[in-house]
Design a protein around this ligand. Structure first.
Ligand SMILES: [Zn+2]
Length: 155
């Protein structure tokens, strides 16, 4: 059952993000708004390099599921290809709802486990914007990946 109270509760909480981090979310939203295709491009990502440059990417879904590439990886690939830089200050991914969820907004999503590894590999001090209890928050990649995989023993 939904009533006026439910609607009030689903209202987005005021963002706790800095202006720069909010701009990054907006860049990711713009990227997926522009390129959204049902079942093919559903997630957008934006990353800010330590130099301040911003790069975006969208997810590449594939008929063969394991060939799919996350939006974060595409954004990082863009940054390295175009700017030749890979120091990540902050990164965020957002999901575009499918057509049957028209009333839902584009929202911040957590990076998948593989992307957590990828982000950490390129910048262990990167910050990641993730969903928080009262709207998106920025956390360190290390907080999202305790006990990261390592080939070194006891490391
Ligand atoms: Zn991922």
């Amino acid at each position: 059952m939904s009533g006026p109270k439910d609607r009030q509760m689903s209202k987005p909480a005021p963002s706790k993000l800095s202006k720069a981090d909010q701009e990054l979310v907006d860049a990711a939203v713009d990227a997926i708004k522009k390129r959204y295709r049902y079942d093919w491009q559903e997630v957008g990502a934006a990353l800010r390099l330590r130099s301040g440059k911003i790069f975006t990417g969208v997810s590449l879904d594939a008929y063969l599921g394991r060939m799919a590439v996350c939006a974060e990886a595409v954004a990082l690939g863009q940054a390295i290809t175009v700017a030749g830089e890979f120091g990540i200050d902050c990164i965020v991914a957002v999901r575009h709802p499918p057509p049957d969820e028209k009333d839902r907004a584009i929202t911040v999503v957590s990076p998948c486990g593989a992307c957590r590894e990828l982000i950490f590999d390129y910048d262990r001090n990167a910050r990641v914007i993730v969903p928080g209890e009262n709207g998106p928050i920025a956390v360190g990649i290390g907080e999202l990946l305790p006990n990261k995989y390592s080939r070194e023993r006891g490391n």
